[in-house]
Design a protein. Structure first.
Length: 317
């Protein structure tokens, strides 16, 4: 029985064995060696810097050229046509009213202010007195009408100096105004009328400055320069240094004025703003005459200079 099964198995397997006769199993491929390192044995310090290497030749000449945009003025069409294009679509009067309302909403209004910068009593050796310096304006952002007045006197006597100015002011920029007009000196005698031209405004670092030239009806030329600065110690307590210089081009003996630097004043005032519109203050001031002005003062028996204690109020409306 076993011989019969062996014979049947050999008979069935014979075709398959004949199909594979003479064939060998393929040998496995040899191992692949890694490529040789091209930099082996080379010192990397000798390699050129990549930033110094030229661009690949394949990209040479393909860099786009960048040129500035063309510069040209506005076209003729932009310079022509109506002043207000909306007038071509809407009623002209309605648009004029709309533009007027827009200007008013953005600040084109008539305003005014009255500032009493100094209203003070002065205590000095044997000559107690008072002084004032006030100004007011009315107008818009660009053009305004100004009125200024200042003076000083001893108690119980007529003012030693008193003047008033009426000026037209035109804004040169957001900081300075050109002012021109007239000034009239009530005191000292004899009275004088002057033409005025000057500049008033806010200098860098927040210095308030006011400089003017004066030409009298007698041909006398003089100048004045004032500067002051508000140094806030607290929100309400403010220290204000102030200087003033007066100059003259010629001697005016009848008014006690000499050529050159005639007089100067320098003061320091400490004020307290109870409200921004009302601020009492105390301080000191030193005034002195120079040159021929000092000589005229001595000849008249007056003091050439000295210190004063001051107390007053600054207010505005």
């Amino acid at each position: 029985m076993k011989k019969l099964l062996v014979l049947l198995f050999a008979t069935a397997a014979a075709p398959a064995l004949a199909q594979h006769a003479g064939h060998h199993m393929p040998e496995p491929p040899p191992p692949v060696e890694a490529p040789a390192d091209p930099h082996a044995g080379h010192d990397m310090a000798d390699m050129p810097d990549m930033a110094d290497m030229p661009a690949p030749a394949s990209h040479a000449g393909h860099q786009p050229e960048i040129s500035d945009p063309p510069v040209a003025g506005p076209s003729e069409a932009a310079l022509g046509g109506p002043r207000n294009a909306a007038d071509t679509l809407f009623d002209v009067e309605d648009m004029a009213r709309a533009r007027a309302g827009l200007r008013k909403e953005h600040g084109a209004i008539t305003a005014w202010k009255l500032l009493v910068d100094r209203a003070e009593a002065r205590v000095r050796d044997g000559r107690d007195g008072y002084a004032w310096d006030a100004q007011a304006w009315v107008g818009g952002d660009i053009d305004r009408l100004w009125v200024k007045t200042e003076g000083e006197a001893s108690f119980g006597e007529r003012p030693e100096a008193a003047e008033a100015q009426l000026l037209w002011s035109h804004a040169l920029d957001p900081w300075f105004n050109l002012q021109a007009g007239v000034r009239y000196d009530i005191r000292p005698n004899p009275e004088r009328a002057h033409l005025v031209i000057g500049v008033q405004g806010l200098a860098p670092y927040w210095f308030e400055v006011d400089g003017a030239l004066f030409l009298s009806d007698k041909g006398e030329l003089s100048a004045r320069f004032e500067a002051e600065y508000d140094q806030r110690i607290t929100q309400r307590l403010i220290l204000q240094p102030r200087v003033e210089f007066d100059l003259a081009a010629q001697n005016v003996p009848e008014r006690g004025i000499g050529s050159g630097l005639s007089k100067t004043e320098a003061g320091l005032r400490l004020r307290y703003e109870i409200v921004p519109e009302f601020a009492p203050y105390v301080g000191v001031e030193y005034g002195r005459a120079f040159g021929d002005t000092a000589g005229f003062a001595r000849a008249a028996g007056e003091r050439v200079g000295g210190w004063s204690l001051v107390a007053g109020v600054r207010t505005w409306f």
